[in-house]
Design a binder for this molecule. Structure first.
Ligand SMILES: [Cu+2]
Length: 222
């Protein structure tokens, strides 16, 4: 019987233990300095009745510093004739894609001053993303389905969040003074902006908002 030659066991190449370079050390130092010099700030948003408020937009505008530019990509899907998510918050300059997970066509548009645009009627995912290049509130609609509505808060600050079902969102903020803005599509009264001086210790900020469910009008952007 023919025997396959036993494959020669390959010896693993010797591991090169490079000493940490100066650059690595500097990067580690910068990282630890950054970690030490930022505070976890938690904003807990509740309604009049004390229930957690989902989909509240939280924005901390830095008053002392100009944060470095940058932004992530974002995506707003269309599922069962509903925009998902209903509320988004993105940094100015973010490219947003609008995939369509339905097997019917949608036509996404906005007349908002912050972004006036209209995608052609489409199924699947359009190739082009829409760049949200001005701060403000963009209200999205679908020309085919009047009930479809979604909101994109476009902010210059990199320090923003949207509350999940718990009503509570945490951010890491470098020390300094900030203006806190809160928005929700169903606000029945504007939330006054507040100023905070953030140090390096954690902070919990409770915020009560008044909501009017089913309100047709969209709350003004702060
Ligand atoms: Cu539609």
């Amino acid at each position: 019987m023919h025997r396959h030659p036993r494959p020669r066991r390959q010896r693993a190449p010797p591991t090169l233990l490079t000493p940490p370079t100066l650059l690595t050390l500097l990067a580690l130092l910068a990282l630890s300095a950054h970690t030490a010099l930022s505070a976890t700030v938690t904003v807990n948003v509740t309604t009049q009745s004390g229930a957690p408020a989902e989909d509240a937009v939280i924005v901390f505008d830095p008053l002392d510093t100009t944060p470095p530019p940058g932004h992530d990509a974002a995506s707003i899907d269309q599922i069962n004739k509903t925009f998902v998510p209903r509320v988004s918050v993105v940094r100015t300059g973010t490219a947003v894609t609008f995939p369509n997970s339905d097997n019917i066509r949608h036509q996404v548009y906005s007349f908002s001053a912050a972004k006036d645009f209209s995608l052609k009627l489409y199924a699947g995912s359009p190739k082009t993303a829409i760049v949200f290049d001005k701060p403000g509130l963009v209200v999205l609609g679908c020309n085919i389905h009047d009930n479809m509505i979604a909101f994109v808060g476009v902010v210059d600050s990199p320090y923003f969040a949207k509350t999940p079902a718990s009503g509570s969102a945490s951010l890491n903020l470098p020390p300094g003074r900030y203006r806190l803005r809160i928005w929700h599509p169903n606000l029945s009264a504007a939330v006054p902006a507040q100023e905070f001086a953030i140090t390096d210790s954690p902070l919990m900020i409770p915020v009560k908002i008044a909501l009017q469910p089913g309100l047709d009008a969209v709350a003004p952007w702060p």
